[in-house]
Design a protein around this ligand. Structure first.
Ligand code: SF4
Length: 755
């Protein structure tokens, strides 16, 4: 269930069959389960029922280092043709394809390389950091101590490794490191494009100035000629004699003072710019200041830097535009001087800004640097801020300190950002980020601000569960589901919003098969769900919401928490909810859950359902519409039936007028000319799409359903656009009234499906 087992278990390792013994009574305790459920009160000195326990569905993942899965990652150094990040497993797979293709002769080498991979994974899980080549050598040295044959094989493989880069495991700051690396790759592309343009312009401008200098009297004296010829050939010439015989410069061909100043100024701005660093291995131009940093740890500093640098950015863009005109000889002072005199920070368009580095802000939720209001302001402004918000606590106690596990501020921030409508938003857990790398790259390339809200797992000091598992559990339990919102993907929510790769997105909780052995060692296979209550089990800070089942408490009075969450809250009926856990000894146990944890699970489910609706699952508007359409259809059928019964009756002369009257609305629609523009108003779902296009052409009637109020209040193009936007397809644009409207041929073609 948790995204660990991919069927790629490592050699000799992997997930064992979950054959655990069921032991209902974990330990005796003097607590009344019903009182505990209702009040959450337990003996002050009572033990933590969940010490060493984890959700039963996670029991099979005792040692992640024995599994081949997404982590650790390799953040690839330098320019690469493929993705800038790869999983260690995929790097090793590629290597094996090259040096040890499947077959008996390569089997030994394959085994050794896979063994080495596992060792690197174990090193990374233990906190080792460094480049792949360094960890490779360290792992090889360890293995070689116990097996001398490792040395040669590993050297062969190491020599064939074509990539290198930092190894990153799923640790607390994984999201920051991962997204910052992809951000650097996006900025490197921008820098590369800028450098190509800027260096071309700088060389051409310098050529113009040099040519002008050579034409001048100063450029033709002996010293200048000697400098121009260069050291290698200086002995061959008499530069004093050469200076005398060269014709005097023609003042008419020299640059005007204003042009020379303009070119010198543009060149100075290009050489002194601080937005992009020189290419790797190249020195900064003489006198140029340090390049700017674009990585911040709070929004306020990033916004201040952005604003302060805008005038300089405008100067750089102006210099580039002037340079382009100058190298083409197209600068006309009478025309362009005025344009450039008024060019300032206010003249910059989003397209201009997109050419320059984005500001990366990495912050930790709960840290002093997170100012919610400023973050929301930044996300709804015209800035191009990429904010990585690392969330570490999902079930935070309410501020009043009343013990309610109801925080979930991280998820609220991301959904609030979606409501703003302007920014790219991605929510995910860190264990899922590699799967969403393309989406992350898309957000980082988005021309505007972006928020990446990532839950990094329960802090290591709080739990013995690996961060990968704790993060994956948050996504699985719907506590922190993945979703993305991309304003550039289309105009409607269906195009922009995606529930990404949540498991079984149509279900309340994901269901999977769970197998164990009962006290008689009989294999039991049943379906189990993973809920928010299971997620709370993963975090010892919430263990106060659980208590062990007292000895002798009847099993039939216990109901699985998932089932309990779906019941009306007041329906206790003498029973209590429980969650199934497993210890390191693989023995199953039940723990009773209090009402507060159940309440938190219900709120989690409500939030998940709202997300489902945004993602087009269980859309209440659509369901209501379907219900209404069904009723209309049933009513029409009933009337048709009544009409045909009446027509077959022996006295039609009396019945006919009534039947004709009843059939009138349908007949009116049927008789409409395809040339006429109209809306099937009675089917309108009041989605606002058409009224947003033109609220004078389209208006609502007393029923809040749209009709064409004034066809001349807009263009035929808007009519066609509305028809295309209407998700019910009930706007019929007819034929254009204004035959002079531009692009009519194309519009008529687009209108055809709606006539
Ligand atoms: S777009 Fe269609 S459904 Fe939406 S308000 Fe207009 S007519 Fe009604």
């Amino acid at each position: 269930m948790i995204n660990v087992p991919t069927g790629r278990d490592g050699p000799g390792g992997g997930r064992e069959l979950q054959t655990m013994q069921m032991n209902v009574d974990l330990e005796a305790q003097t607590v009344d389960p019903l009182v505990f459920y209702l009040t959450g009160k337990r003996p002050a000195t009572g033990p933590d029922a969940l010490v060493g326990q984890r959700p039963a569905l996670l029991a099979g993942y005792a040692d992640l280092t024995r599994l081949r899965y997404d982590f650790p990652l390799v953040l690839i150094e330098g320019k690469t043709d493929g993705a800038p990040v790869r999983s260690l497993s995929s790097v090793v797979d590629n290597l094996l394809q090259k040096i040890a293709p499947p077959g008996m002769e390569s089997e030994q080498l394959r085994k050794m390389i896979l063994r080495l991979e596992r060792e690197i994974r174990a090193l990374a899980a233990a906190g080792a950091s460094g480049r792949l080549s360094e960890l490779w050598d360290e792992a090889a040295a360890r293995l070689e101590k116990s097996d001398q044959t490792f040395g040669k094989s590993v050297r062969i493989a190491r020599a064939a490794l074509e990539i290198d880069g930092t190894v990153l495991d799923c640790r607390a700051d994984m999201a920051t490191g991962f997204i910052a690396h992809l951000w650097s790759a996006v900025q490197a592309d921008k820098a590369q494009k800028f450098r190509v343009t800027a260096s071309r312009l700088a060389v051409r401008l310098a050529d113009i100035l040099r040519a002008d200098h050579l034409r001048s009297a100063a450029g033709r004296n002996a010293e200048s000629l000697m400098a121009a010829i260069g050291l290698a050939h200086q002995a061959l010439f008499d530069f004093a004699a050469l200076a005398k015989v060269l014709p005097k410069s023609s003042p008419g061909e020299a640059l005007s003072d204003s042009r020379r100043r303009r070119i010198e100024s543009a060149l100075a701005v290009l050489n002194g710019q601080r937005f992009f660093a020189p290419a790797p291995g190249q020195a900064r131009p003489e006198g140029a200041a340090e390049p700017y940093s674009f990585h911040f740890d709070n929004c306020a500093d990033a916004i201040a830097a952005y604003r302060a640098r805008l005038p300089e950015l405008a100067e750089l863009l102006k210099a580039m535009a002037i340079a382009e005109l100058e190298v083409d000889g197209a600068y006309v002072e009478g025309k362009h001087d005025v344009v450039f005199a008024g060019f300032d920070a206010g003249s910059l368009s989003p397209r201009d800004l997109a050419l320059f580095p984005d500001y990366l802000v990495t912050i930790r939720e709960g840290g002093t640097s997170l100012d919610h209001a400023m973050l929301m302001d930044a996300l709804s402004s015209d800035l191009s801020l990429k904010v990585v918000l690392q969330v570490g606590d999902l079930a935070a106690e309410a501020p009043a300190g009343n013990g309610h596990a109801s925080g979930l501020r991280g998820t609220q921030l991301a959904t609030l950002a979606v409501a703003l409508g302007e920014a790219f938003v991605l929510q995910s857990v860190s264990s899922n980020l590699y799967q969403l790398r393309e989406r992350v790259l898309r957000g980082l390339s988005f021309a505007g601000s972006a928020l990446f809200s990532v839950f990094s797992g329960v802090a290591a000091q709080q739990t013995s569960l690996p961060l990968y598992l704790s993060a994956a559990a948050a996504m699985q339990s719907r506590a922190f589901p993945a979703f993305s919102y991309d304003p550039s993907a289309g105009r409607d929510m269906a195009s922009r919003f995606s529930l990404e790769n949540n498991q079984q997105p149509e279900a309340d909780w994901p269901v999977q098969v769970f197998e164990y052995a009962d006290p008689e060692m009989q294999r039991i296979s049943q379906q189990a769900v993973f809920t928010f209550v299971d997620f709370l089990v993963c975090d010892p800070r919430y263990h106060g919401h659980f208590v062990a089942v007292p000895r002798g408490f009847q099993a039939e009075r216990m109901v699985p928490a998932a089932e309990w969450v779906g019941r009306p809250s007041a329906d206790a009926s003498g029973s209590v909810p429980y969650v199934l856990t497993a210890g390191s000894d693989n023995v199953l146990a039940r723990a009773i859950v209090d009402d507060r944890a159940i309440g938190a699970a219900r709120r989690c489910l409500e939030r998940w359902r709202r997300l489902q609706e945004a993602g087009g699952i269980r859309d209440s508007h659509a369901e209501r519409l379907i219900e209404r359409e069904k009723k209309i259809w049933e009513e029409q059928k009933r009337q048709e039936l009544a009409s045909s019964t009446t027509a077959a009756a022996p006295i039609p002369a009396i019945a006919l007028p009534a039947a004709a009257t009843q059939a009138e609305p349908a007949a009116a629609t049927a008789q409409r000319s395809p040339d006429e523009a109209y809306i099937e108003t009675e089917r309108c779902s009041t989605c606002n799409e058409c009224t947003q296009i033109n609220d004078r052409m389209f208006a609502y009637n007393g029923n809040k359903q749209a009709y064409i109020a004034d066809i001349r209040a807009g263009s035929y193009g808007q009519l066609v656009e509305a028809a295309e936007s209407c998700q019910l397809g009930i706007i019929h644009p007819g034929k254009p009234i204004d035959q002079a409207e531009p692009g009519l041929d194309d519009l008529i073609k687009r209108a055809e499906p709606f006539l």
